[in-house]
Design a protein around this ligand. Structure first.
Ligand code: SAM
Ligand code: SF4
Ligand code: SF4
Length: 342
């Protein structure tokens, strides 16, 4: 499946819940996702069977990597059953699928073994600071750093690696912790990745001034812990990699704002309620749940998905300034990260 810019569909991200036990300021700020926020009802969510059906069709047409996300994916009841159902899928030439998950790590220590047993390959754990005051100001629910660190160790010990750690940087909030984080994870089995704060959704009040450019991050680390750039693993890799000159492992930077990677973006996203989005910054998705619940066949579903991907022209990050203006003028709301799946 190739889109209008010759990009294949290779990765599928599935949001399994729009709920989360954190209220990260850059994702689900409390003022918007408060007590009265209407999260989805159970019957609105795709069932595990529906998710697996979409995954199976996608895999038959080129998807090799599936990432479960959310919201907080570990809050979805019985998530390990879904992992097991997805782990049974194979590519047309018989290879297993790469199944990963992005989690905030809050309950990972409890679930890691069951997830591994079910067939999960790897986890990415989000952690924005090692300093409790900073981390708690960012997750906004007073969640302590130590519990996430314990989860990391448990996940590593059961073999859910190589584990990546996502640190979203917000200027003035946690950018002071860049070198401390690098130093802490240098020489460990964990690969730390610094992520530029993005203007996803319509809730986080994003401003360009809040973004810490990856070049600045690399320069700051390099000044204290010398780095050398590593060539990419595969075309379409979103992260630029750097390794420590002294052999202490590597870091990654994801420059979604300052150096977009739309030209190689091979990702589709399925929202919690089964809409297919071909870009993180889309305002509208394609309702696959309605098709499935309306009784369509696998062939019909595959034809719709192929058509959507074939027509795809998304490259929001490459056009960011122009698009931001256009969107604001149109009054359309962008989809929230927790719903579409980060
Ligand atoms: N709850 C899980 C977690 O936090 O890992 C999975 C979902 S979360 C939406 C996925 C990733 O998106 C996390 O690493 C998070 O830090 C990142 N993220 C959320 N909002 C973001 C934003 N505005 N800019 C950049 N990254 C963001
Ligand atoms: Fe929850 Fe993840 Fe969003 Fe934080 S980034 S609010 S943990 S979904
Ligand atoms: Fe892909 Fe859209 Fe992000 Fe560009 S802006 S990299 S097309 S998700």
């Amino acid at each position: 499946m190739i889109d209008q810019f010759q990009r294949p569909l290779h990765d599928l991200r599935i949001s399994v819940t729009d709920r989360c036990n954190f209220r990260c300021v850059y994702c689900m700020p409390k003022e918007v996702f408060g007590k009265d926020f209407a999260f989805m009802e159970r019957d609105e969510l795709l069932s595990f069977e529906e998710i697996t059906r979409l995954a199976r069709i996608s895999v038959a047409h080129g998807v090799e990597k599936i990432r479960l996300t959310g919201g907080e994916p570990l809050l979805r009841k019985g998530i390990e059953e879904l992992v097991a159902m997805l782990a049974a899928l194979h590519t047309p030439d018989g290879r297993p699928i790469d199944i990963a998950m992005t989690t905030n790590g809050s309950v990972l220590a409890l679930k890691a073994q069951a997830l591994k047993d079910a067939g999960l390959k790897r986890v990415t754990v989000s952690l924005d600071s090692l300093d409790d005051a900073t981390f708690q100001a960012m997750n906004d629910v007073k969640f302590p750093v130590a519990k996430v660190l314990t989860s990391l160790d448990v996940a590593h010990s059961v073999g859910l690696g190589p584990i990546k750690i996502n640190m979203v940087l917000k200027r003035g909030q946690n950018d002071k912790d860049v070198v401390a984080m690098a130093r802490h994870f240098k020489g460990t089995p964990y690969i730390l990745r610094f992520i530029e704060y993005m203007d996803v959704g319509s809730s986080n009040g994003w401003e360009m001034a809040d973004v810490v450019p990856s070049n600045e991050v690399v320069a700051r680390i390099n000044a204290e812990l010398p780095l050398v750039e590593v060539t990419p693993n595969y075309n379409g890799e979103t992260s630029r990699r750097w390794r420590y000159r002294d052999g202490g492992g590597e870091i990654g930077v994801i420059s979604s704002v300052t150096q977009s990677f739309c030209h190689s973006c091979s990702r589709a996203r399925v929202s919690t309620d089964g809409k297919l989005f071909t870009c993180l910054f889309a305002t509208e998705g394609h309702d696959l749940r309605a098709l499935m619940r309306g009784g369509c066949t696998d062939e019909q579903l595959a034809a719709v998905m192929k058509q959507i991907w074939r027509e795809r022209t998304d490259r929001y990050s490459e056009l960011r300034s122009a698009e931001t203006g256009r969107l604001r003028a149109s009054g359309k709301k962008r989809i929230e990260m927790s719903y579409i799946g980060g």
